[in-house]
Design a protein around this ligand. Sequence first.
Ligand code: GUN
Ligand code: FE
Length: 423
Amino acid sequence: MKDFVIKGHLVDSESPDRLRCLENGYLVVTDGLCRGVFPALPERWASLPLADFGDRLVVPGMCDLHVHAGQFAFRGLGMDLELLEWLDTYTFPEEAKFKDLAYAELVYDAFVSVLRRSCTTRASIFATIHPEATLLLMEKLEASGLRTLVGKVNMDRNCPDPVREPDVATALRTTEDWICAALSRFQHTRPILTPRFIPTCSDALMEGLKGLQRKYGLPTQSHLSENYGEIAWVRELSPDADHYGDAYDRFGMFGGDHRCIMAHCVHSGDEELELIRRNGVFIAHSPESNMNIASGVAPISRYLAMGLRVGLATDLAGGSQESMLRAMMHAIQASKLRWRLLDERVAPLTAAQAFWLATAGGGEFFGKVGRFLEGYEFDALVFDDSALLHAIPLDLPSRLERLIYLGDDRNLCAKYVAGQRLF
Ligand code: GUN
Ligand code: FE
């Protein structure tokens, strides 16, 4: 791997609340790792090749902590229903189509090319229940240069036949075969265990998945406390559980001994939040999806103040956009309406906090990722905002804030993942 130096306006997060900005700074990359940022280039690296990005902004790559590749074909459509009806009406029929590999080829090709061109450098992705189509998606992601976790979805109850595992034994065998194939074939596209959510996963399936989690040391991902109807249903399905999170935890599928992402957590109560904190579960905040299917708005500044691990997510196709810039904008806007209309004790998110969620907050799930600190993997985006005309000179925090609202992939002129330049 080539070592190099980047020069430009460097912006990353110092903390969830504070940006760290360095104008005309130097960033040294060796073996794919960041060696730190410097106001002047230290002599010992003076001979490395220099990529001079001039007046452009260089920020850490963004991590989409929750996105459904199998829903890409209906993004921006079918936003007229709440979660449970939305799943039955649009989502399950769409996901059933991935039994057909020719269909999967078409959709996953489009999904991966859009993701590669986007601000996302890492992602945790749901495929569908189909192992062959999931491996096809993983093949395309591996070739893209992105670093991802991908889950073959598991579900064996309360869903139509075409998206239901025939029985638990078959589900576990198919899932284990998929895990082994993925582990042997891909280096940067890794399997993540993916029980869809409690309503579609029997106790026996959850127990079996825990066995696979332990055997292969895998991370897990699922959905939690997204919608009122869903939460009431889980209460009926798991009457002995203290809360929705406990319905996962009693199977050992809620972090603690492994890395775990729970999407949404819009309506989590205090006990559930305490377990999330204790088990180090990552919350994938998906603001646009939570607005589109009318789930609500999660109190994210409260979660940050509690020291919970929170990242940002698009949740395609509950969300319509793959853009993490738009996800930051939606997180800020949703938090303001929540503050004004629901609870003025939970402050709206700032641009610096939204940026933390998109970079360092979600990045931590992938290791030393999401900041320009020594020893961190070098994932970076270079933005040219010169086309976003402004009448007066702006400082770096203002330029970043404008990109959140006005920027898109056309402003993204270079992208690095783990030290490798994708474009
Ligand atoms: N809960 C269970 N499945 C899904 C899904 O596909 N999308 C969302 N937003 N929530 C879910
Ligand atoms: Fe989701």
